[in-house]
Design a protein around this ligand. Sequence first.
Ligand SMILES: CC(C)(COP(=O)(O)OP(=O)(O)OC[C@H]1O[C@@H](n2cnc3c(N)ncnc32)[C@H](O)[C@@H]1OP(=O)(O)O)[C@@H](O)C(=O)NCCC(=O)NCCS
Length: 161
Amino acid sequence: MKLREIKGIPQYSEIIELINAEWPPEWGEKTDEEKAEVMFQSHNIDTETVKYLYDDNQIIGFYRYSIWPRGNLDSKTAHTFDIAILPSMQKKGLGSFLMADLIKDCKHKGFQQLLSHSMRNNQGSINIHRSFGFTVHLETEDSIVWEINPQLHNISPKIIS
Ligand SMILES: CC(C)(COP(=O)(O)OP(=O)(O)OC[C@H]1O[C@@H](n2cnc3c(N)ncnc32)[C@H](O)[C@@H]1OP(=O)(O)O)[C@@H](O)C(=O)NCCC(=O)NCCS
């Protein structure tokens, strides 16, 4: 397994299976091309960090987070946008490996708050945030916004074979 930071705008079409894995039904039916285009349009090259997780040459996971709000490049807050593992590879600790690396990356960059979002019907997302000690920042009818201070976090991404 190898994590690699993607510089520039990711080719979102090459990770469409991961995008499909995290696409909430609430966002509506879209073709793969439309989803890749939504991801492309939502990408801000000045604020985003993206890493892919590789198993040999296959991309099996990815994450993306951004400085938040994007308009303030001095902000000490970051926001997770995406974290996904291929469905066939879930529940083996890989999502935790990605989350640990994401928090560590934020810590190294000096962020003091990391926000993240779960739909209430996404138990996998809720569980992974709870397992890392995220606390509730705010709640809406259908979602939870989590927060954590990366500076207080010491979980290292465990090497996985
Ligand atoms: C959320 C996701 C990244 C977790 O990745 P993963 O590799 O399955 O997670 P892990 O194996 O490291 O498990 C992390 C924790 O979540 C729990 N978990 C993972 N998938 C779960 C599921 N579908 N239902 C309930 N709990 C789940 C695990 O039991 C574990 O909890 P524990 O540490 O208390 O035992 C993965 O399920 C995924 O890609 N989901 C689709 C995309 C998505 O919804 N992303 C989140 C958007 S915020």
